[in-house]
Design a protein around this ligand. Structure first.
Ligand code: NAP
Length: 247
């Protein structure tokens, strides 16, 4: 697939199940102007970068994204090494499982921070550069369960719903600078956090999806590629649903 992405792309959570497949899609389509964020592990992403002839030490950036100072340091490191960011994909995030009445305050905060606060901090870090350049793309990541709800993930559903509201508000703030902000609301995919779900439950999930299967991680890339490119300039503030018809 050819691409028309005109500047540096930053993928957060790039070593994760979906993040790494996005990076792979970009690399396969010839995009080398890429910054990959990771938190704890680099095993998948390092192999991918090196398989495409890119030195990991140039393209990898470490940060705990709930920590303001670490996000700022990452922003500075990316600017110094690779220059201004054109496209930001906020895909880092995580969940845990607990009924709301058993959920500790700290775990509620942890999940809201890992998804919503991190999206805010990273977005705020790179918006000034995009505003200065008068152009850019921000793609946030939400979940179908922000819309449907699900037992055992009230904190995650609340955080992902928050990302969608954040997306719509920021889209209005920066539209005059030709920066678009959209959000992918994902259904159930075959990589990443889904690996914690027991097989029996996966069968139930698949039976409820009209297309009767999980999304393939590689099915994310074409939409992200579109949103990062010049061709999506008139689309902003949107929540795009990718879920096999589930919602
Ligand atoms: N897979 C699905 O079916 C599905 C469905 C709906 C939405 N999503 C969303 O899609 C995104 C990617 O998920 P995935 O399935 O690919 O999960 P994953 O494999 O667990 O990847 C998530 C990545 O985010 C990073 N991360 C989490 N919290 C972080 C923090 N506080 N600071 C920095 N990095 C952090 C993780 O780093 P570590 O390796 O250090 O933990 C990991 O690299 C998430 O936002 C998730 O909520 C996924």
């Amino acid at each position: 697939m050819t691409t028309t992405i005109p500047g540096l792309v930053l993928i957060t959570g790039a070593n994760g199940g979906l993040g790494s497949r996005l990076v792979e899609g970009l690399l396969e389509s010839g995009v080398t102007n890429i910054a990959c964020h990771y938190r704890s592990s680099t095993n998948v992403i390092t192999k991918l970068l090196e398989a495409h002839g890119l030195p990991a030490e140039r393209h990898l950036f470490q940060a705990e994204l709930t920590d303001e100072a670490e996000v700022q340091a990452m922003g500075q490191a990316i600017a110094d090494r690779l220059g201004p960011v054109w496209g930001l994909v906020n895909i880092a995030g995580r969940s845990s499982n607990s009924m709301s009445w058993k959920l500790s305050t700290q775990e509620f905060i942890n999940i809201v921070h890992a998804n919503l606060l991190s999206t805010f901090l990273v977005t705020r870090e790179f918006l000034p550069g995009m505003r200065e350049k008068e152009g850019g793309r921000i793609i946030n990541v939400s979940s179908v369960i922000a819309h449907t709800g699900i037992a055992g993930a009230s904190h995650y559903c609340a955080a992902k719903a928050g990302i969608e509201g954040f997306t719509k508000a920021v889209a209005q703030e920066v539209a005059s600078k030709n920066i678009t902000v959209n959000c992918l609301s994902l259904g159930y995919f075959n990589k990443g956090i889904i690996s914690d779900v027991p097989t029996a439950m996966l069968d139930v999930i698949k039976s409820r999806v009209p297309l009767k299967r999980l999304g393939k991680a590689e099915e994310l890339f074409p939409l992200v590629n579109y949103l990062l490119g010049q061709g999506s300039a008139f689309m902003t503030g949107q929540i795009l649903h990718l879920n096999g018809g589930l919602y």
